[in-house]
Design a protein. Structure first.
Length: 189
């Protein structure tokens, strides 16, 4: 059964396309936000000497991201105001395809059961702002391939994609808020 959470908004796309910066700006305006599981896991693995990363055991990395994503979804269930997720469960289907792995039944079931707002915001690959950091080590070509795999996964899962403009953070914030029906100057309650 598909139960859609209309106040659960996903911002997705390839790495380095400005998703996290946009979500931080929305959070600063008082909206709920959910951190990207992958970055949190990479930090945890580095701290503990683990190998469940994109550059290590990719299947273990995906399994940890799945657990974190489901936990985050359930943790946000009580929120009535808009909540912005830095990636959603269908991202893991795209990730599976990107790394050449089969999509496990548990992941397929999670995507079907844990639904977000029907419109998902997707950040296009944007070479001018792309950069690496301690957790993002992919090159731009892999970032673009990730975007394509994720786009296909959301479309297959029945979501409508709203492409974010390649513009300033403030323009992106106004774009998102207009699409969800919230005035830019109003703060979330």
């Amino acid at each position: 059964m598909k139960i859609e959470k209309p106040n659960f908004h996903v911002v997705t796309g390839g790495p380095g396309a400005g998703k996290t910066t946009l979500i931080e700006a929305l959070s600063a305006r008082g909206f709920g936000s959910v951190e990207e599981a992958g970055r949190r896991i990479i930090r945890e693995q580095a701290r503990t000497g683990g190998n469940a990363t994109h550059d290590g055991d990719r299947l273990a990395f995906r399994a940890l991201m799945l657990t974190h994503a489901i936990d985050a979804y359930h943790a946000a269930k009580g929120m009535q105001r808009p909540v912005f997720f830095d990636r959603g469960l269908p991202d893991l289907v795209g990730y599976s395809r990107l790394i050449g792995a089969e999509v496990p039944p548990r992941l397929e079931e999670a995507v079907a059961r844990h639904r977000y707002n029907g419109t998902v915001f997707i950040a296009p690959p944007w070479a001018e702002i792309y950069g690496n950091d301690a957790e993002r080590k992919q090159d731009f070509a892999e970032a673009a391939a990730t975007h394509d795999a994720i786009r296909a996964a959301y479309q297959k899962a029945g979501y409508t994609l709203a492409e974010l403009p390649k513009a300033s953070v403030e323009v992106r914030v106004r774009f998102v808020l207009a699409r969800i029906g919230v005035q830019a100057e109003r703060r979330a309650r």
